[in-house]
Design a protein around this ligand. Structure first.
Ligand code: ATP
Length: 317
């Protein structure tokens, strides 16, 4: 049963220019969804609407029994049950980690507050830093404090708006791995917005793709990979090689097999060492440039190669 429902939401900052267009999405309680989209596709606007911090022009956002109202309909915008964490999220600079996490609980019973903060510090592995000021923490630790603060009120929904984009790749991967376990154990419903497909996939295998304010596709990564709804969704995963003589039909580099004879002839014009394979840049006879993955690292620049692929792996739009 769905818990978070975004129903036909639209929003324009300027008349006639919708940045979120008829957007619908639902998510079950305790599940995590990654929403991927390029810069300017309307992701932040959508999250702010879900949090009740931005006015929508039409549509509905429902969380359990709660219908999220626009900020212009409420005295105090936003809801304790829906917390938003973003990249520039500000911690209190002169308060310790413990004080930062405890701050939203200021009106709660002291014993509960103490217990809740101790639990979060432990879960986020921030206990050794509880008396530290934010400026003396790494970027990843600071973001964990921000997430701890957002979780302190036991929200039903956590909205993450690119909260890790200032961190390096290793830090991001470790942090996402840690948080994934925490979200599962807390059964909090999470909408994770990112422009990075790798981050999205590290977090969950439920993927939604947004482009130009619209939901382009939702599903398991392997389904989006093999049956993308449009070029943007397809290209998120890899380069696409356009098949000569077939209209708008493509094959992925990873679906090509490279032989020393028989197949579509091409010449290796460049080679890049990547982690799992050499990426070959190939020139076909008609001059078209393709990419291929040489997993055995057996070809070099100047070689003539022959390519084959299975018809079922061709992608057409
Ligand atoms: N307060 C605002 N007033 C006017 N236009 C805005 C406002 N906020 C965002 N926009 C515009 O709306 C569009 C969508 O922006 P939004 O920040 O929602 O996208 P995004 O996908 O989150 O992008 P990014 O990843 O760069 O943050 C952009 O063209 C942006 O310039």
């Amino acid at each position: 049963m769905s818990f978070l429902e975004i129903k036909a939401v639209s929003k324009a900052y300027q008349k006639g220019n919708e940045v979120v267009h008829d957007f619908s999405l639902s998510l079950e309680k305790g599940k995590v969804l990654s929403l991927v989209g390029e810069s300017g596709s309307g992701k932040s606007t959508l999250l702010r609407i879900v949090a009740g911090l931005e006015n929508k022009d039409s549509g509905k956002v429902v969380i359990g029994d709660l219908e999220v109202q626009n900020p212009n309909e409420r005295l105090v915008p936003g809801y304790d049950d829906v917390q938003l964490v973003y990249q520039e999220y500000q911690l209190y600079p002169n308060s310790t980690v413990e004080e930062n996490i405890a701050r939203p609980l200021i009106q709660y019973d002291k014993a509960y507050r103490k217990e809740r903060v101790a639990h979060l510090l432990k879960m986020l592995r921030l206990e050794p830093f509880k008396d530290t000021l934010p400026r003396n923490l790494s970027g990843g630790q600071q973001q964990k404090v921000a997430i701890g603060r957002a979780l302190s009120l036991e929200p039903e929904v956590l909205l993450l708006d690119e909260p890790f984009s200032s961190l390096d790749g290793i830090q991001r991967r470790e942090l996402i791995g840690e948080l994934k376990e925490i979200f599962e154990s807390l059964r909090v419903t999470v909408l994770f917005v990112t422009h990075d497909l790798d981050d999205a996939l590290q977090m969950t295998n439920d993927l939604a793709i947004m482009q130009g304010g619209k939901l382009i596709q939702r599903g398991a990564p392997e389904d989006v990979f093999s049956k993308p709804n449009n070029m943007y969704a397809a290209k998120l995963f890899s380069h696409l090689n356009e098949l000569p003589g077939k209209d708008k039909t493509f094959v992925r580099p990873s679906d090509l097999e490279i032989y020393k004879s028989k197949g579509l002839s091409a010449k290796v014009v460049d080679k890049q060492y990547l982690i799992h394979f050499d990426q070959l840049t190939l020139q076909l006879k008609d001059g078209t440039i393709w990419k291929a993955e040489d997993k055995k690292r057996s070809f070099k620049i100047g070689d003539r190669v022959y390519l084959k692929w299975l018809e079922k792996n061709e992608i057409s739009f």
